[in-house]
Structures are given as C-alpha cells and as structure tokens.
Write a protein that binds this ligand. Structure first.
Ligand SMILES: *Cc1c(COP(=O)(O)O)cnc(C)c1O
Length: 220
C-alpha cells in the first residue's frame, strides 16, 4: 500500500480549499509518520484511548481531529490538544467540552453532528434539536467552545443518488443554521462529510472537510 501515492492522488482530484482528515484509526504511529513526513499533518481518530497513545507518539504539531462518539468522562483528556471535535450530538457533551476547555483556557472548535442516514445506529442531532440548543440561554453562555460547522455520515449503500440526497440535506441544514444563527461569523464554515466511498459526491454537494481512511491507508 503506497499511502503517499494514495493521498497525492486524492488531493489532485479535490479543490484546494477542501481539507483532508486522514483517518488513521487502527494504524500504527510508524505508518502515520510516513504521511506526516510527506507533509500531511491532519489526522482523525474515533477512540479516545487510541488517540492519546498516538498523540504521545507523534510530533506535537500534528493536527488531531476527534471524529467518534465522545463520552463526557473522556473529554478532559482531549481538550489540551484537540484541533476539532466533529461529533457533538447533545447539549450535554458541548457543555462538558466547554467546562473542560475553560479550565485549560482554550476555545475548542466543534461541529454539530446530524443524523442524515437511514440507519438508526448512526449518532446525530435532528435539525430541530440543534435549533433548540442554539436558541437556549445555556448555549449562549458557553464561551470556550466555538461551533464552526456541521458533520454527518451518509447511509452505507451503493445507491449514489440516495447518498447525494443525504449530503444535500446536510448542506441545507448548514445553510439554515448559518442564516439563522451565524450570519456574520466567518468561522462558521465547515461541512464535514464524505469518506472513502463517497467523498467525491460529498465534495460536489459542498463538503469542506473529507474524512478518509481506507482509500489512503488500505483496508482495516
Ligand atoms: C472510520 C471513519 C471514517 C473513514 O472511513 P473510510 O471508509 O475508511 O474512509 C470517516 N468518518 C468516521 C466518523 C469514521 O469513523
């Protein structure tokens, strides 16, 4: 598996302003270092313990994105260094990130995760739940988190039109939230959607961050 060739090829077919998060879960620091040394420094992990081990092993200017389901009791371990948390799916978790970030004097960029797929197993908010959070006084008092966009995962299916509709739905949610809550916030700009099998469709539908694992590192 020539992982450098893989990411170079993916990069060539993406607009310059689309960020690639290389999803390195299950892969060793040695493997990840190969990409780092080639100049790619943005990585994503979905398990806190695994991420902490890799954080320790890798150079400190590596950008780590947390892309998994986050439990409140583990937030404090990520807050010192995490670059972005993609999977905010409740007010409670946002509040916990804020509380820990305040202790450590940081402002953490966060994405609200939406349920856009058919499968019931995938985490995420509905649009109404997100509006309720963003309307609340409790949310408005949080000073150590910055909501910078949205994240979602499409249904695992070969039906490209279905995937496209789900990504289009997430883009519409992004546009609605932007208009309603963040019309003047330049930082509210991220749409994290698209994985190995569907990132091309995601980018056509407005993705700004793709999270790609197996197309870079090979099968897990
Ligand atoms: C594993 C994972 C990815 C990457 O999946 P690939 O199909 O290997 O590209 C992207 N996003 C999330 C949330 C993941 O857990």
């Amino acid at each position: 598996m020539d992982i450098i060739k893989n990411i170079v090829e993916i990069r060539e077919h993406l607009p310059d302003d689309v960020k690639i998060v290389a999803v390195s879960k299950t892969h060793s620091p040695d493997t990840i270092m190969q990409l780092y040394n080639s100049g790619h420094k943005i990585f994503g992990e979905n398990k806190v313990q695994e991420l902490l081990e890799k954080y320790e092993a890798m150079p400190k200017d590596t950008e780590w994105h947390f892309i998994g389901h986050l439990q409140s009791n583990k937030v404090k371990y990520l807050v010192p260094f995490i670059k972005m948390i993609h999977g905010i799916d409740s007010f409670k978790i946002l509040e916990t990130v804020n509380k820990e970030a305040k202790k450590q004097n940081r402002i953490i960029p966060c994405l609200l995760q939406f349920h856009i797929a058919e499968e019931s197993s995938k985490f995420g908010l509905t649009e109404e739940e997100a509006f309720d959070i963003l309307d609340s006084e409790e949310y408005k008092s949080l000073k150590n988190v910055s909501v910078v966009g949205v994240m979602g995962m499409a249904t695992l299916t070969g039906d490209k039109e279905k995937i496209r509709k789900e990504f289009r739905f997430l883009k519409r949610i992004f546009d609605n939230i932007k208009k309603e809550y963040f019309p003047r916030k330049k930082g509210f700009r991220e749409i994290s959607m698209g994985m190995s099998e569907d990132y091309q469709i995601a980018v056509e539908e407005g993705s700004t961050i793709v999270r790609i694992g197996s197309s870079i590192f090979g099968p897990r």
